[in-house]
Design a protein around this ligand. Sequence first.
Ligand code: LMR
Length: 327
Amino acid sequence: GWAASRQLGREPLVYDDEQKGLKKQIIIYFSHVVAENTPKGLAAQKFAELVEQKTNGRVKVEVFPNGSLYSDGEELDALLRGDVQMIAPSFSKVTELVPEWQVLDLPFLFRDEDDVRRVFTGKVGAELLRMLEAKGIKGLAFWSNGFKQMMSTTRPLIAPDDFRGLRFRIMPSEVIEKQFRLLGGEPVAVSFDRVYQELEQHKFDGQENTISNIYSKGFYKFQPYITISNHGYLGYAVMMNQSFWDSLPKDIQQKITEAMAEATRWNLEQSKEQNERELKQLERREDVFLYRLSEEEKRKWEQKFAPLYDEFTRQFGSGLLNEIRGS
Ligand code: LMR
């Protein structure tokens, strides 16, 4: 439970059994907010297994899913304080600390998963990780949860006007907030672990998320109108507390890097496969109304979103944006 986990978190994280002739075991707490059976939850487990294997048990990664250790609003601070060693927040949740990361929240920035992969494995990926380093964070990888879809309680969201007057749950992100305002909606930031509860209390009419989050948390039970828009990308920055990373022996760092590369490759496949499979599951349900946005309808959304690009460029210049679009 939460209280027990909190207490665990206060115990020494690296303990030394050398007197007994044993090597030090290093314990890494990895906290995240989504369900275990999601692309992030499963990749975290995979990473933990790989690290344990590759280090012959010298390093143990303990994964805390569902925000059981820290919720959205808390996890980044907890990482910076060193109360937890690893987290993997969505890009949107990094934007408060590193405003340039807002670029990743721009709707229709990426064409498809291949486009995303190209960007993150290239120069832009390295640049984004360097921005984290400046804040005392060791960026280890980018994980994927695919593209976000729109959903609502009351009506299908197809034309921009359909959003008018509705309240939308958002992650804390300036770009996403403006995105819904441009559509005439009213955005409200809600921490992921509170979304279900607030749905039960009818606190908002719509939201955006990936199929695997919608499916694993049962959001579709409250908001059955789902528009497959693929308008925004939900990716994660997998990160470690920098001083903790620096304190690790070089050979351990090497093993962690290898395990992360492997877990990341696995995550990219898993994310694609899982979102596709669960979309089919939703499609089969009679209480869910799926609508696939046509290219023409997408263009209408894009026109609405154009000011977001202008504003981003005014604030941060066009360097990063051009690199992403040109790569
Ligand atoms: C959300 O808040 O909707 C997502 O960022 C949750 C997640 O980590 O996938």
